[in-house]
Design a protein around this ligand. Sequence first.
Ligand code: PHE
Length: 338
Amino acid sequence: MKDEILRVQNEALAMIHAANDERSLDEARVVSLGKKGSLTALSMAMKDVPKEQKVEIGQLLNGARAAITASLEEKQLALQNITDRASVAGIDATLPARALHTGGLHPLTLLRERAVGILRRMGFALADGPEIEDEFHCFDALNTPADHPARNVKDTFYFDSGKLLRTHTSSVQVRMMEKTIPPLRIIAPGTAYRRDEIDSTHLSAFHQLEGLYVDRDVSLPDLKGTLEAFLRELFGAQTAVRFRPHFFPFTEPSFEIDVKLEVKGQAPRWIEVAGCGMVDPAVFEAVCQSRGDRKYDPEQVTGFAFGMGLERLAMIQWGIRDIRLLIENDVRFLRQFA
Ligand code: PHE
């Protein structure tokens, strides 16, 4: 019996040693340790071993099983290593890695996100309105008379229905006042449309950022302080800001805002960046009429509004000479911002 155990053990180890793939190794396992395997058969024969030899034979059997199992595991690992190495054999780890092509945000998006981020920190909430507007929200409620040039078919895209593509984002002011009671502090970035000839400074579809603050006792210093702080954060703490009297139908008094900046490679000069003013009482009256209450009674509330062109801000920020670069989607241009 002892010789038999040693013979079976050596036979199994020899088989394992000779195995050169998973299949032959598995066969070696079945032949020795399997249900009908040689070592299994010897284990079953234990019951016929005389009592006084049981301990010794048992130990031999256990030793043989342990040796075979260990050898199987070792060979299994060795075979696995060979397959692993084969699967990377053709790879040259010294070659340079292939470059990743990641996209980037469009400069207008970058600019808008920065501007919106600054104003949100100042307490303005994001608002939104339709690009296809009616004359009431785009003009009438904004105190713009029927014969105002901006309402001309030569300047504005009209639909047969009488609706139009909004010529500015100021229509969102009216819609938000219709929906919400004061105090109201909103910004509305969005697209505006004008029948302009396209050239290096004009597009027929462009982007604006509108702002409106209505509360009791909102005053001109609030407007100046807010916009100066905004523009200095956007363009740098040294930026000089000036308010130049102007006219808009929906604000009184009204201003255009200029910043003094050095656009790359040019001498510093004043550049117009925004329109603004104190909300005209006529606008509050129109809103009260439309709402059917007096929540925006011009005797009770005041407000300021502002609007700016995002293309123009982006052109100033990066010294872009031609506005059309912003819509041509030329990757050689866009790549600089990624
Ligand atoms: N809506 C004006 C424009 O498109 C800008 C503006 C907004 C002016 C708000 C005053 C107040 O030019």
